[in-house]
Write a protein that binds this ligand. Sequence first.
Ligand code: NAD
Ligand code: USQ
Length: 388
Amino acid sequence: MRILVLGGDGYLGWPTALHLSRCGHDVAVADNFARRQYDYELGVESLVPIETLQTRVAAWREVTGASIEVFVGDLTDADFTYDMLRTFRPHAVVHFAEQRAAPYSMIDRKHAVYTQVNNVVGTLNLLYAIAEVDRDIHLVKLGTMGEYGTPNIDIEEGWLDLEYKGRKDRVLFPKRPGSFYHLSKVHDSHNIEFTCRIWGLRATDLNQGVVYGQQTPETVLDDRLATRFDYDAVFGTVLNRFVIQAVLGHPLTVYGRGGQRRGIIDIRDTVRCIQLACENPAERGEFRVFNQMTEAMSVQEIAETVVRCFPGDARIEHLDNPRVEHEDHYYNVTHTRLLELGLTPHLLSDTLITSLFDVTKRHAHRVRPEALTPKVDWRRHASPVQET
Ligand code: NAD
Ligand code: USQ
């Protein structure tokens, strides 16, 4: 298949492109390098050094003989988006290309507006481009488990069968997200469902949980193929941060009581899920939703697991929660559809955590320790970044 990976320079987009290429697909990547720019803005960089996209692609060709075409541009630029689809003519488009950090979207008005414009307008341009260029293109869109929030009922895969006052209907599962970033994904989901219903597009919305890990079978083939690994309080995700904090001798920063439960997934399963979604497309007119997570854990359990695996002293510190979220709640998620397509999950293991300790030790000198401390306050008690 011809598969276009949008956001192909990012943490997940790059390893996904490699995986799809290794599976024999004809792959192209697109990116506007916004993610590298956020690093400059925040004064941090990936713990593991990453090469330029051009060097990465050249290294992949050198190691495997396979080519990956590169499109440099911004999805919010409609002409760029239309031209890219007309040039590459993909069977599937995998869409990772959004601002993805909840704390970044909560810094101030400017960052909230940027996040929603970038994400919602980029996706809307893409939907129009697909409708105009070829309605058979299968959109595989990265959503997030955080779209649902933490309702006091079981979370289904996107849709809910409802009986109300004696009548029945099948409705989109109600959403109660916890940041302007997570809200942008809800807006995307509604726009995508609308275009499936009205224009007959085909789409899979992958509501993914928090990803952990840094290596896939493809990225370890050569140092130049490494993907990014974030530790800072804005872009670092919880398990990856706890591993890095343990190695640095920094307390593991559990926000609040730590009873908040999240769906989690190993990066090796992320790339496999995308492959499964692409190779088993949605029907024309179908808005299909998969919950892309393999297990659920509380933040406290994640921290305790990292402490138990760490070969030294590591301790947990409970910080006042900078976010507004339930810290003790019901959480039961249906996530069977990717398993039915053939996913064999890598559940969180001591071996994986130990390998992350090794990756971290090798690059620990690159950390700027003050960037570990959360400064973005959901309640806006004191705005850490002055608006410009
Ligand atoms: P990332 O920031 O590392 O990658 C996103 C890439 O998209 C970046 O390289 C960025 O430069 C690019 N991009 C952003 N806006 C763009 C635009 N307008 N035009 C072109 N390129 C643009 O993020 P990631 O961690 O790889 O996440 C990828 C996707 O998966 C995101 O949509 C995110 O919401 C979703 N997701 C991530 C996680 C996680 O734990 N990392 C979990 C669930 C869902
Ligand atoms: N948390 C801590 N301590 C930390 C960091 C985080 O207790 O040092 C807690 C947070 O309060 C939250 C949970 O851990 O309850 C997860 O936080 P996170 O920063 O790892 O993840 P989140 O903000 O939800 O966002 C990440 C990705 C995002 C993706 C989402 C999947 O950045 O792109 O959409 O995970 S999900 O959470 O399922 O919505």
